[in-house]
Ligand binder design. Structure first.
Ligand SMILES: [Zn+2]
Length: 126
C-alpha cells in the first residue's frame, strides 16, 4: 500500500483519521550488507550510464513498474536520489514522474548497460 500518491487524504487534519493507524513516518527497514552493496553498485553503474548517454540526449532511465504496471521515467538525478534513499538518505519516490518526460529521451536500464558495455568494448579495441 502506497500512501504517498493517490488523491489528497480526505481526513487531512481530522484527529479521527483512520490512516493515523499506519505509522507513515516509520523508516524503511535497514538494508543488509548485501543489499547495500547492490545499491552502491547500481549507483556506480548509473553514473557510468549518465556519463556515456547524457551527451547523446538521453535524459534518464525508464522503468517498468511492478506496482502499478505503468512505465516510470526517472531523470538521472531522480534515479540517483531514489537509489540513495534506499541507503537511508531520505525516502523513495518511486511513482514520482519526471516533469513532462519525453519518452524518446529515456532508455531502460538494460539498454543503458548494453550501450556502456559496447562503448567499453570499442574503447578496448583502440
Ligand atoms: Zn508505479
Amino acid at each position: 500500500m502506497n500512501l504517498d500518491d493517490g488523491p489528497v487524504d480526505p481526513f487531512l487534519g481530522d484527529p479521527d483519521d483512520p490512516a493515523a493507524l499506519f505509522d507513515d513516518d516509520e523508516p524503511p527497514a535497514p538494508l543488509s550488507d548485501d543489499e547495500r552493496a547492490d545499491v552502491l553498485a547500481d549507483l556506480a553503474e548509473l553514473e557510468a550510464f549518465r556519463a556515456a548517454l547524457e551527451s547523446h540526449g538521453v535524459h534518464g532511465i525508464v522503468v517498468d513498474c511492478g506496482d502499478c504496471g505503468d512505465q516510470h521515467y526517472f531523470g538521472w538525478d531522480l534515479m540517483a536520489g531514489n537509489l540513495r534513499s534506499l541507503l537511508g538518505e531520505g525516502r523513495t519516490h518511486v511513482h514520482e514522474p519526471a516533469f513532462s518526460p519525453d519518452p524518446d529521451a529515456f532508455v531502460s536500464w538494460d539498454y543503458a548497460r548494453g550501450w556502456t558495455d559496447a562503448v567499453a568494448a570499442l574503447a578496448k579495441r583502440r
